[in-house]
Ligand binder design. Sequence first.
Ligand code: MTE
Ligand code: MO
Length: 299
Amino acid sequence: MARRWKNELTQADVTPQAAYMNRRQVMAGLAGLGLAGMARPADAAVLKPTNYEAITQYNNFYEFGTGKDDPAKNAHRLTTAPWTIRIDGMVERPGDYALEDILSKMTIEERIYRLRCVEGWSMVVPWNGFELKDLLDLAGVKADAKYVAMETLLRPEEMRGQRYPIIQWPYVEGLRLDEAMHPLTIMANGIYGKPIPNQNGAPLRLVVPWKYGFKSIKSVVRISLVDQEPPTSWNRALPNEYKFYSNVNPEVDHPRWSQATERPIGGGLLTKRQPTLMFNGYEKEVGALYEGMDLRKYF
Ligand SMILES: Nc1nc2c(c(=O)[nH]1)N[C@H]1C(S)=C(S)[C@@H](COP(=O)(O)O)O[C@H]1N2
Ligand SMILES: [Mo]
């Protein structure tokens, strides 16, 4: 399948790190994901160290606790195989899709993306994954579908955070269909050429790089094509603070803090805050999706 979008970030933009991954480890990881033929990211990875630790130990995944280090401590309890994803609603071929069947039909590639959390911190993550559009095409989206709704696994026995009503479980998110079909929108099953760690949303999570991190729902078990704007977890919890779109926008402050700058994670305590970019730096690619929309109203 042809690449429809090209990385502008290089390995030099990846969150700097302590643990250095050598070429052999990267290639082994790629082989494990069925990516052995994918030379470019491995060649890039050999040039620069990457901060695998920061990305896999500083997480938001409330199903495993609300502390930044809780997911890394607790997520090993999650069983991620076998894994099926129900695709239903307005599709030609609804059903329970086994993850391995999905992956066998997808083209896995590396996408180095900025990740901006609404709390004001950021990372740059080299994901491995496939375009959500390819999965939606597999299921066959019907003409009247307008939105995509997604749901995280509900399994309080393994996800201890779900034993507490921090938010309404399961975690749910959604995109407008054109956002979901955009070539920047991927489903990730790997980081740094290795299988995605549980704390980062194994075995498959959404990544929408121009939106605040909470839109990128983890450990997805259901994808529904619908014709109404679906409910989303953080809008349901705090409707005045989080609305449906949640596009990164340095000019629209959160009601309780500024969104003009962000703190890069993984560079040490002296790391300076940096300016937050419109649409997290992806304005050229996605700005047209929101033409004519009042972004102060639809935030
Ligand atoms: N199911 C689920 N998905 C989730 C979250 C969560 O708590 N539960 N947290 C979100 C938030 S707030 C962010 S910033 C990103 C963090 O992804 P990372 O831990 O891989 O950096 O995941 C998002 N996806
Ligand atoms: Mo977040």
